[in-house]
Design a binder for this molecule. Structure first.
Ligand SMILES: C[S@@+](CC[C@H](N)C(=O)[O-])C[C@H]1O[C@@H](n2cnc3c(N)ncnc32)[C@H](O)[C@@H]1O
Length: 209
């Protein structure tokens, strides 16, 4: 079962295609909400970098919502890019979406960004503060970081069990996420909830560089 958790941290092989479909279906509503929450902060011609863009649902939503923006999606999994490329084919052809295999370093030539986003990725970072410092350095002054996540208690029970066994970190409070952002040098943290407070379907923490 922790093999399944590992797939969420980096889909690979034939099972990776199945996991990519699960991500696209299961996380679509949350990803679209995240983009709606963030788009209002951005200039029309924004540069947006998404780390761990997976099947590219948020990338596609940004490209639709901000047609003059440049959206760079980076993901370390080769498998997810098939799905992300299909989903974003027109915007890629127009040069508005760029997808790269790798981590944040793969987007270095597009910096400084107005926004760096990572949805359901923070659990997989071995050193989240170091990763957030790299994100800070990739932002223009006043640019934003946005982390989409779910707290341990609101995750499906198998993920609650298997993520820690696979070496991934689950979080028990928004304060823990806000603490990571503060330790990495971000200001003005803000947490929003997708769904109801009793049954949240996801959370979004933003902060300013
Ligand atoms: C659970 S999936 C989430 C995908 C997508 N953001 C979503 O909400 O559906 C996590 C993704 O992050 C990628 N990933 C994890 N750590 C990464 C890193 N350090 N750099 C780039 N991609 C990473 C994985 O390959 C995987 O595709």
């Amino acid at each position: 079962m922790s093999l399944v958790a590992q797939q969420f941290g980096g889909p690979s092989g034939p099972a990776g295609h199945l996991v990519t479909r699960m991500l696209a279906r299961g996380n679509a509503g949350f990803n679209r909400w995240v983009v709606r929450e963030l788009a209002g902060f951005l200039p029309a011609a924004a540069t947006v970098i998404e780390v761990g863009s997976g099947p590219g649902v948020a990338v596609a939503e940004f490209a639709r919502t901000l047609p003059n923006a440049r959206i760079i999606g980076v993901d370390r999994s080769r498998v997810v890019h098939h799905s992300a490329r299909r989903r974003n084919a027109t915007a890629i052809a127009d040069g508005r979406v760029i997808l790269k295999e790798g981590n944040l370093d793969a987007a270095i030539s597009f910096q400084p960004a107005d926004l760096v986003l990572a949805v359901h990725v923070v659990y997989f970072w071995p050193d989240p503060v170091a990763e957030l410092r790299r994100i800070h350095a990739a932002l223009r002054p006043g640019g934003r970081v946005a982390l989409g996540y779910q707290l341990r208690r609101n995750m499906p029970k198998p993920s609650q069990r298997q993520f820690p066994k696979a070496g991934f970190t689950l979080y028990d409070s928004d304060a823990e996420i806000v603490g990571l952002l503060a330790d990495a040098g971000f200001n003005a943290p803000h947490v929003r909830i997708f769904g109801t407070t009793e049954r949240p379907a996801g959370r979004l923490a933003t902060a300013v560089a």
